[in-house]
Structures are given as C-alpha cells and as structure tokens.
Design a protein around this ligand. Structure first.
Ligand SMILES: NC(=O)c1ccc[n+]([C@@H]2O[C@H](COP(=O)([O-])OP(=O)(O)OC[C@H]3O[C@@H](n4cnc5c(N)ncnc54)[C@H](O)[C@@H]3O)[C@@H](O)[C@H]2O)c1
Length: 319
C-alpha cells in the first residue's frame, strides 16, 4: 500500500496525455484502467504505449521485465462504469471542451466508490467549473501533467475553494510516488504556472504563421537560438501537444475572451491540420514530419551556407 493509498487508478480519455499518464502511472507501480469513449481512442493509445515502451527502454534504461510489468498493470476499456469501479483515483484527461468534461463527470459520479478522488488534467479550465458536476467537490481538484511526462516530470496541484485538504495531500503524495515534482498553485489560475506562458507562446507563434510574418521553421529556429539548449520551438511544441487540443484551447478562449486573432488562429489550425487528418506528432505530420522532424537535424541552428542567402533574402522581401 502506498502512502497516498491511491493505488488503483482510472484514466478517462486515452489521447495524447491520457495515454502518457496511464503508462507512466503503471510504470511507477500503479494499477491502471484507461477508458475512452471510442475504440479508435484505445487503439491509438495501445500504439502509443508501444512507442513509450521503446522510449522508456532507451531513455530511462527500463529493463524488459519492468516494461512487461508495466504492460501487465494496464487494462483498456470503453465501459466507463467498469473503468472506475475499483478506482481510488480518477484522472480525467478528456478533450479540453467544458461541456464534454461536465457530461463525463455527471455520467461518472454514480459509479464511484465513496472514497474515490477525482482530478482533472485540464490545461486551461478551472476546477471550480467542474466541482459540482463531480458530485464530490471536496474530493476534487486539478492535477496537471506536462506532455512528455517521463522527462518533463512536473504535476501542478490546484484546488477550488471546496477541495478538502486531505484530497490535496493524497494527490500530492500520489504525484511524488509516480516521480513528479509537485507544483502547488496557491489560487485558481487558468493555465496554472506552466500554461500561463505556454499558451501565450503558442498563440503568438501561431499568429506569426497565420499572418504570414514568418515560417514555422524560422520561428522555431529563432526560439531555439534565443533559448539555447531547448529541444524544440513553439511550432514543434504545437505538434507535440496535438493539433486537436491546440484547436480546442484557441477556440474556447477565443470565444470566451472575444479574441478575434485567437479565433482566426483556431480556424487556421482547423483548415490546415484537423480537416486534413494531420494531428501533429501522434499522426506523424503537423508543422513537421515525424520521425526525424527538421528541427532535430544536427545543422538546424547552424549558420547557413552562403549559397542560401538569395533564398533567405527573397523571404525578407517586402510584400
Ligand atoms: N496534449 C497536451 O500536451 C496536454 C498537456 C497537459 C494537459 N492536457 C489536457 O489533457 C486533456 C486531454 O488532452 P489530449 O491532448 O490528451 O487530448 P486528445 O484529443 O489527444 O485526446 C482526448 C481523448 O479523449 C477521447 N474522448 C473524447 N470524448 C470523450 C468522452 N466524452 N469521454 C472519454 N473520452 C473521450 C478521445 O477519443 C481522445 O482519445 C485536455 O484537458 C488537455 O487540455 C493536454
């Protein structure tokens, strides 16, 4: 039994983040059931788990025995009641669409045991928006993970005014048990700490692309030279986040804040990526092509050959 007593975990939503949280929690010894509304979601998740097995072997030196034990601790289902029946902790990683999350919490509530805690992994929405719909506001808060969980190992813990202290303690213990650095958020904030700069960063990069000011590669090159040591820039980051979630965030906050540029950017993502089935890293194509995106090339940040000057100067011509 762990200190948190949160050993049986259900993850709702088997997309980019849900699949990472499920895999990593199982890798760190938790029993995990992952639920998705769609068979396709589970299929993509199983594929992602094969990729993570390879990454954990290579980057974390995980032995085959540990990988096999991780796989054995995960099950997959499209049955919501079944997924949470024995859960001590439910981690909601459904799309960043408030109505979808509210409907899921309402549907979920009757299936939970009395002691079960529920957290949302929402990137930008507040736990107070959902507390009532969970039917257990005291046992609910946000626990926000970063993409590439095995390497960017932080978990932001954010309460709403009705969250019980015992919930925050257990959730913080859980985060530590699975190898996260917990980041306490002292008052509700859309985007916590991390996305308080990541979302504006993505929005400003997308605005440069949408308005034809620069290309994704030059935007990322600028960012990666300006922040030496970074492994990707904001357009690469959009691919990693996934174009569906980038779209959901821009569309939601563009509407709420009546931000015209944000809505134009959402539209750009929809027409250029979602409508063409290009979801970013998970589908192998977004701003970059995977594997081996150009921003990972050894010479991406090098001073170019002088023979490329005419091409670069041409891009800089006034339009
Ligand atoms: N992608 C990121 O980098 C990232 C980082 C941190 C937090 N988050 C947050 O995690 C949540 C999930 O984001 P994502 O990027 O994994 O999204 P995603 O689009 O990759 O995955 C969402 C999954 O939910 C499934 N789904 C759709 N409707 C559902 C429902 N009603 N019930 C259960 N499953 C349903 C979809 O089939 C899909 O598999 C969002 O709140 C997002 O803001 C995302």
């Amino acid at each position: 039994m762990s200190q948190s007593n949160l050993d049986q975990v259900a993850v709702l939503g088997a997309g980019v983040l849900g699949s990472q949280i499920a895999w990593h929690s199982a890798y760190r010894g938790k029993s995990v059931v992952i639920y998705d509304l769609y068979d396709d979601g589970l299929r993509n998740c199983r594929n992602a788990h094969q990729t993570y097995a390879a990454i954990y072997r290579q980057d974390l030196d995980a032995s085959q025995d540990i990988i096999d034990a991780t796989v054995a601790r995960i099950s997959y289902t499209t049955n919501l009641g079944e997924s949470v029946a024995v859960a001590d902790l439910v981690i909601e990683a459904a799309p960043e669409v408030p109505d979808t999350k509210v409907a899921l919490y309402r549907q979920l509530a009757p299936h939970l045991q009395a002691h079960t805690l529920v957290v949302t992994n929402s990137s930008t929405l507040l736990p107070s928006q959902f507390a009532e719909s969970t039917g257990r506001p005291g046992k609910f808060c946000s626990l926000h993970f970063a993409n590439l969980i095995w390497s960017l190992n932080l978990a932001e813990v954010m309460a709403h005014p009705g969250t019980e202290n015992s919930t925050l303690l257990a959730v913080t213990q859980f985060a530590i048990e699975i190898g996260m650095v917990p980041i306490p958020i002292e008052k509700e904030q859309s985007g916590y700490v991390l996305n308080s700069w990541f979302v504006p960063l993505l929005q400003s990069a997308q605005t440069l692309v949408t308005n034809g000011v620069s290309t994704p590669e030059y935007i990322d090159r600028t960012y990666m030279i300006g922040n030496r040591g970074c492994s990707f820039g904001p357009c690469g980051l959009m691919d990693i986040v996934g174009m569906k979630t980038v779209y959901d965030i821009l569309q939601h906050w563009g509407t709420v804040n009546k931000d015209e540029q944000m809505l134009i950017n959402a539209d750009y993502i929809k027409h250029n990526f979602l409508d063409r089935g290009l979801l970013g890293l998970q589908s192998g194509q977004g701003y970059y092509t995977y594997p081996n995106p150009s921003f990972q090339a050894a010479d991406f940040l090098d001073v170019p050959d002088i023979a490329s000057a005419p091409e670069i100067a041409h891009l800089a011509e006034a339009k």
